[in-house]
Design a protein around this ligand. Structure first.
Ligand SMILES: Cc1ncc(COP(=O)(O)O)c(C=O)c1O
Length: 400
């Protein structure tokens, strides 16, 4: 069976603090260069946090755009009644251009094949498509190479004159903005300025020009132009320890991942733990079983290392993370209050001594983006602080 996965918040849950998310959007907006707006990037189910509630909370807190990777993610927002501007940027031949046009989405175009498909769909739909031309200013991933920019710009202008498209944006994406002082960032900004000037001279009048992601939004005001596209920072996570911690930027992690201990048992010295027996008890001890595994997004790479707060103490994963469960060594005397049903917190904001997603990223030799995004559908998202409270609303009013 694929599709809907039966879940239970008793086993494990990801609590999503929408009040924290709204606070993060406000904190980010307060940093923006004058005139710049904020796009909340809600691709990949809002980095695992839940696209719809996060999109709505971000808009409540003053985000003016939403961003997704695939058109299907953007269409799902529209189907749920979200009417704010949405840009979707990862297109494959044959994708639903016409539906996107009819839904009033902004579509990124990086190549001539995409311009051909979108203009054809616009003719069928009988209305112009809103497109944003994406330049590869040095990332070397999606986007139009500078050498191919004149052809794409000329064809887009011709399509504007035909009435099949309206070029609403010119944009690009950084490669190394999370590495302070990296030479490629200034070089990309220079190329971006040149490509903007070229397109504007050719007659394109974009509503928005944008290149900044979270690290650039947090540290490079000269890159803000009309809009920043922030993902990870909206979810309260610093893009990189080299830039600073969440707290340094006034951000608060939105997701808290916890589980209920499923089993507590005494084992003798020398007992092997989990597949492969990569951990063996050094004395008689107490093991606690945590009902989350790599099928839920707990990285197997964090075997032997991942931190978990149980009974007021941070423990480490003992042995291998399995598909549905892993074990922690609770020691000789875990305390009378630790037993089946005790909460185990894998990560959260860190207020009560619990680890953070950044700690799990370090334990698994990855980035915190991957930790939160991979939490699977078997873990129910439990939303808290969903309603804007009066304090929220007051702060938001004051910021406008
Ligand atoms: C094109 C684009 N813009 C913006 C973002 C948001 O990046 P971040 O989460 O670092 O803010 C992403 C995410 O990878 C992206 O692919």
């Amino acid at each position: 069976m694929t599709g809907t996965v039966p879940t239970s918040p008793l086993r494990a849950r990801a609590e999503i603090d929408l009040g924290a998310l709204r606070g993060n959007v406000r904190a980010l907006r307060a940093r923006l260069a004058p005139g710049a707006g904020l796009m909340a990037v809600v691709k990949s189910d809002a980095y695992g946090h839940g696209a719809l509630p996060c999109a709505r909370a971000a808009l409540d807190a003053g985000a003016s755009w939403l961003g997704t990777a695939t058109p299907h993610e953007a269409l799902a927002l529209r189907a749920a009644g979200v009417s704010a501007p949405v840009l979707c940027w990862l297109w494959t031949p044959g994708d639903p251009w016409r539906e996107a046009i009819e839904a009033g989405l902004d579509m990124s175009v990086s190549a001539m094949w995409a311009l051909r498909e979108v203009t054809e769909a616009a003719r069928e739909a009988g209305r112009p498509a809103r497109i944003q031309l994406k330049a590869d200013t040095g990332l070397g991933r999606n986007g139009c190479q500078p050498a191919d920019w004149p052809e794409l710009v000329a064809a887009a202008r011709a399509a504007e004159r035909d009435g099949t498209v309206r070029v609403t944006g010119l944009w690009s994406h950084f490669a190394c903005a999370d590495e302070p002082g990296h030479a490629s960032t200034a070089a990309q900004l220079d190329v971006f300025q040149e490509l903007l000037a070229y397109a504007e001279k050719a007659g394109i009048e974009p509503e928005v020009r944008h290149i900044a992601n979270s690290p650039a939004a947090l540290t490079l005001p000269e890159s803000h132009f009309d809009l920043v596209r922030t993902g990870i920072a909206v979810y309260g996570i610093s893009p990189s320890a080299d830039l600073g911690t969440s707290r340094d930027f006034g951000l608060r992690p939105v997701m808290t991942l916890s589980a209920s201990v499923a089993l507590v048992k005494r084992v003798p010295e020398g007992h092997g733990v989990s597949y492969g027996h990569t951990y063996r008890t050094s004395a008689e001890t107490t093991l606690g079983l945590i009902p989350l595994g790599y099928a839920d997004g707990i990285p197997r790479h964090a075997s032997g290392r991942g931190p978990v707060l149980v009974g007021g103490t941070v423990r480490r994963v003992a042995g291998r993370v399995a598909m549905d469960q892993f074990v922690v060594d609770l020691g000789a005397d875990p305390g009378d209050d630790v037993g089946a049903g005790t909460p185990a917190v894998l990560f959260g904001p860190g207020d009560d001594g619990e680890p953070t997603a950044a700690d799990w990223a370090e334990a698994a030799d990855t980035i915190a983006y991957e930790i939160v995004t991979r939490i699977g559908p078997r873990v129910p998202r439990v939303y808290v602080n969903g309603q804007e409270d009066s304090e929220d609303a007051g702060r938001r009013g004051a910021g406008r």
